[in-house]
Write a protein that binds this ligand. Sequence first.
Ligand code: UDP
Length: 453
Amino acid sequence: MEMPKRTPRGQRLVLVPCPYQGHINPMLQLGKFLHSKGFSITIVHTHFNSPSPSNHPEFIFLPIPDGLTVPLVSSGNIIAILLALNANCKSSFLQCLTTQVMKQEPEKKITCIIYDEFMYFSEPVANHLNIPSIILRTTSAANFLARTTVVDLHSKGLIPFPDSELLNPVPQLHPIRFKDLPISPFDTFENFLKVVVNAHDVRTSSAIICNTTDCLDQSSLARIQQHCQVPIFSIGPLHKIATAASSSFLEEDTSCIEWLDKQSHKSVIYVSLGSVASIGEKELAEMAWGLANSKQPFLWVIRPGSVIGSDWTELLPQGFREAIGERGFIVKWAPQREVLAHGAVGGFWTHCGWNSTLESISEGVPMICKPCFSDQKVHARYISRVWRIGLELEDEFERGEIERAVRKLMMNSDGEEIRMRAKDMKEKIQVSMSKGGSNYNFLNELVEFIMAF
Ligand code: UDP
């Protein structure tokens, strides 16, 4: 990537990631990119789900107390955790930054704070210290619009909506139906709304960085920009702009790469439901038999604790391991970007988290979508109905449907067009990242924008 005319000369940026895997990854990737452009990077992070400093010696890490209690963390209630973080971290962040500002050398001043939209306590602190701030949105623009629509529908008294509306299209939001709206299942609707309204409020921030790109999200981005007073830099997929070291909370099991090396070209379906979603024993059994009966090789991530009522794979159905033999490989956590870039992988059964979606698209891997909640439902619709690079499993987990979907995606002639479109989409992303492409231009503009502070 071509350097802008000026270089930052040690200008210091503070990054505040939200402590979930799907948020930490893009923030550290952004940090890596900005570091490669000459900025010095400080990551201010919570104790909860803290990143590992040893993987990123180029950054300075500063932990702040987050005040989360053990019962709250173990409840897994993301909305309640986000509300608590925003209530608790404002003063610890202010204290941390004040100390940094007092001891900083004039030529290494903190010139900007970049914070995850869900860490909105950062903005009043930045404002108080007269430091400009920028918001990072780690989800798609389509999902942002869908969340905005939820807020609008609520203000018109249209939420909760009756079950009879579930399959109806949401006006102005094609192809999203009411059942696809990204409403969080984790807490009361009022608390969810509180988080969304705060996360969407730009306040005094100077710009928004989005981990998306024109070739996926152009019409949504244009609609958002119309109502937004500050510039939006859509510079995704962030994992492609700088090769950041792993920021996984769990250890990546690289033995799966050796197993992939032994499989034929594009024969393997990779299966992962991300870092948060979980399933029950019945769903696990349907998944297992669907995969086994498809006769395709598969690499399956079963995250410890992701099957309700078990630690790991104890609830896999009897006879399953014998049925699959060497054809299936199960790990606790995979080096996902490497897996998706591997020549043996021909499909991805995903929960449609935005990072997974971008990682799959960037490698031209078509998807089977089984969204669990929130933005995943919006992305599943876009993957299957707008970009048409995947199939959606709409109903309950059912082994016959899973088996048919895997075969269609991976080998049948009626899946050929999906596979071709996935390949084309990868090329479009590559074009947008090369000289003169939209991603390339936005990246250079962003660097110039930050240097002007
Ligand atoms: N991931 C990984 N190994 C795995 C499963 C997931 O490295 O075995 C990474 C994946 O590459 C992605 C992130 O975890 O960057 C998950 O983020 P996403 O937005 O897809 O879903 P979430 O976990 O937030 O639901």
